[in-house]
Every structure is written in structure tokens, then in C-alpha cells.
Design a protein around this ligand. Structure first.
Ligand code: SF4
Length: 393
């Protein structure tokens, strides 16, 4: 397999969400949905911090605020707990006394929290337009069509789906229904090893890069063992022979944030900062991961920085809010963002202090806004896939 842009499916078209006005418009074709129905406080209101504090204090233990690592500082300040999406969903489930789980993250994360929390808890996303462009790259219809293609090629019954946590509840349910497991960027290797004990091939959804990086780096596959299924082409753009010969079928999805890092970014930072350690997330392209010194999930990145020697130098390839906080937390080390260009996750950034204040004040007034609910059938199968991940050795 050649490592061209086309092969890896990096679509230069930016997500249309970035163009939506904050909390005011909708993208009905995406996993997230509709506009924020309320009147948001003005971002310039000097009392926003005080208002958030007061509303949170009034709600007390009734509310539990989750803050994903990629959230803005102004939001993280009010989070009861921070972490990656799976950790946060489990943290919410461990707080059954909290009626309201305010998820400062994106839509698929709130869905996962709804799946794992009790029916007495309501999960709230402060801005319903906070979706994930990667999760949007695999719809239920497209994945069902792909499974039909695999069935026609005679390989569906030996293929196990493995879906990244960063997928919609529908995709998680598809995975559960077909005997597969969810994985995170921390346990993708174990999930793939488990899958190859169940079947001969894996359909990896929706992040091609995590799938490819794990298969090649951790399982020792060659790039030729991987094929890329493009849902926008007939039969995924693959021949029956290619499908039958592949060990892993990668969905053509990617993270628009991590997909921006390039080998040039790595070479550039090495030239600028001699002795720098390049540490990147496995959602980065394979050639970037190959050029880096270390690769790992957000939790891994945080721990690596905690354990690093004073005076050491680090270039981090992940979302900018997290990198900035790491740089602030480690003044004794040199911590820089891998790329020269600014690279926030635009949908994560939609959750800001005005949305958080609006959400908390609505709850104080007895209105429960932006509740994320997964229907019972979807929840049943999605939970089966999540439970298989929890049972991984
Ligand atoms: S950083 Fe990437 S994977 Fe995470 S929410 Fe943003 S677009 Fe999705």
C-alpha cells in the first residue's frame, strides 16, 4: 500500500460545522443535531464566572460536570472530573446520586454516558451542535451497506467489527449486534487481538489511522494487510479479491484535528528544537506516527509528561487545549505544540462558558435542556459492544 493522501483518505474539505454560528444553527445530516434553543448569555458578560459558580453551588450534588481533555480552560475550571470519553462515561455511572450529568465534550460522548448511566440520570450536552467530524464519517446506513458488501464477498461471517469509542451509538450498536467490541486508543491492541481470536478479519470503524497504526505497529501486520473501505464508492472502492486478501478492513474516517499533523511538522520541530521528543496520538497518520518517538492516548501523553525529566523537551501532536494545559502544568519542561498552525477541535470548542452558564441556570430554573437519549434497542446492542471491551483481558 502506498502512503498517498488519497490512500489514507484525508479529505481537505473542512467540516461544515466550523461555519455554523455558535449554538445558533443546525446540521441535520450529522450525528449531532439542532440549534441551541435558549438565549445564551453574552460572551462579554463579566459575571459569567460568578454566574457559573452560583448556579453550580445551588445545584450541589444534583449535577456532575464532566470535562473532556480537549475542552477550553474556561469550561475545565468547572469540571468535577476530567478525562477521555470512556473514563468520563464511567465516572458519570459511578455517581448515581447526580440527576444531571453535564457532558462538556461532543455528542457521541454524551450518548456513551447515557448508555452507561442509570435511567434516573439525564445526560446533557451544553451545545447540541458539538459533534465529532470523525463520528459523522460512518453512518448506520453506510455501515449496513458495507456489511452487505462483505457478505457478497463471502467474508462477513469471518469478520469481527471493532469500533473506536469515537463513533455514534448506532455504530456501537451495529458492532454489538455483529459480535464485535468497542475500543479506546488505550486498548485498541487488546481489542484487535481479541477480535482475531473470534474471527479471521476485522472491520475497523471509523478511524482508519488508529486501526492502521495498531495493526501495523502493535500486531506486526504489513500495510498491504490493510485495505481502505470508502463508503462513497461502489463496493467501498475495493474488489472482492482485495477484500478476501485483507486482514483488516479500515473504514475511511479520520479525525480532522489529528489528521492535520504531517511528517513536515515532525521534521520542522526537530530542526527548531534539537533533542525534542515527539509524542503523538495514534489518530495521527501512519507516516507521522512512524516519524514520532512515542505514540499514545491522551492519558498516556499526560502520564508521559508527568514522568518526564525536568529540562526535557517535548513536541506534542494532539489537540491544542490539552497541549497548552500540559505546557502550563510543566514549567520545568519545554512543551510545544507539534505544528506551527493552531489546531483546536472546532466542535469541542463549541462548548464555552456562555453555554455552560445557560445549561446550569436552566437546571436551576427547573428546565432540563439538551438531553441526549439513546433509544432502548440501540442502547442494548451498544452496551453489549461496550461490555465486550470491559471484559477484554
Ligand atoms: S478531536 Fe477529532 S475525534 Fe476528537 S471530537 Fe474533535 S474531531 Fe472528533
Amino acid at each position: 500500500m502506498t502512503t498517498t493522501t488519497e490512500t489514507y483518505g484525508i479529505d481537505p474539505t473542512p467540516t461544515p460545522l466550523a461555519l455554523l454560528l455558535l449554538g445558533r444553527e443546525a446540521d441535520p445530516n450529522s450525528e449531532r443535531g439542532v440549534e441551541c434553543p435558549g438565549d445564551l448569555p453574552a460572551a462579554s458578560d463579566p459575571d459569567l464566572v460568578e454566574r457559573a459558580r452560583a448556579a453550580k453551588a445551588k445545584l450541589g450534588d444534583r449535577v456532575f460536570i464532566l470535562g473532556h481533555h480537549y475542552q477550553r480552560d474556561e469550561v475545565i475550571e468547572f469540571a468535577d472530573v476530567t478525562g477521555d470519553s470512556f473514563k468520563l462515561a464511567r465516572d458519570a455511572a459511578a455517581r448515581p446520586e447526580a440527576e444531571f450529568i453535564v457532558f462538556c465534550g461532543v455528542h457521541f460522548m454524551a450518548e456513551s454516558a447515557d448508555i452507561l448511566t442509570s435511567s434516573a440520570q439525564q445526560v446533557i450536552l451544553p451545545d447540541l451542535a458539538a459533534g465529532c467530524s470523525m463520528a459523522d464519517m460512518a453512518t448506520a446506513e453506510q455501515v449496513a451497506e458495507c456489511w452487505d458488501v462483505l457478505a457478497d464477498a463471502g467474508i462477513a461471517d469471518v469478520t469481527v467489527p471493532v469500533s473506536y469509542m469515537n463513533s455514534s451509538a448506532d455504530i456501537k450498536a451495529f458492532t454489538g449486534k455483529h459480535g464485535g467490541s468497542i475500543c479506546t486508543s488505550s486498548n485498541a491492541q487488546r481489542a484487535l487481538e481479541w477480535a482475531y481470536e473470534q474471527g479471521q478479519k476485522v472491520l475497523f470503524l471509523p478511524d482508519q489511522h488508529l486501526g492502521r497504526n495498531t495493526a501495523v505497529r502493535d500486531l506486526g501486520f504489513s500495510l498491504d494487510d490493510c485495505v481502505l473501505y470508502n463508503p462513497h464508492k461502489p463496493n467501498g472502492g475495493l474488489t472482492t479479491e482485495q477484500l478476501r486478501n485483507a486482514k483488516i478492513i479500515l473504514w475511511r474516517g479520520h479525525c480532522s484535528v489529528h489528521g492535520r499533523f504531517s511528517v513536515d511538522s515532525v521534521n520542522d520541530v526537530r530542526a527548531r528544537i534539537p533533542g525534542v521528543n515527539v509524542l503523538v496520538h495514534p489518530e495521527c497518520k501512519h507516516e507521522v506516527v512512524s516519524a514520532a518517538d512515542l505514540v499514545g492516548s491522551t492519558e498516556y501523553i499526560i502520564k508521559a509528561l508527568d514522568a518526564a525529566e525536568p529540562g526535557s523537551k517535548w513536541a506534542i501532536g494532539t489537540e491544542l487545549n490539552l497541549v497548552r494545559r500540559l505546557a502550563k502544568a510543566h514549567p520545568d519542561k519545554e512543551v510545544v505544540f507539534l505544528d506551527r498552525a493552531v489546531c483546536f477541535c472546532s466542535t469541542m470548542n463549541r462548548i464555552d462558558l456562555p453555554h455552560l452558564v445557560w445549561t446550569l441556570e436552566s437546571l436551576v430554573e427547573g428546565r432540563v435542556p439538551n438531553v441526549i437519549t439513546v433509544d432502548a434497542e440501540t442502547e442494548k446492542y451498544a452496551k453489549a459492544a461496550l461490555d465486550r471491551m470491559l471484559a477484554l483481558p
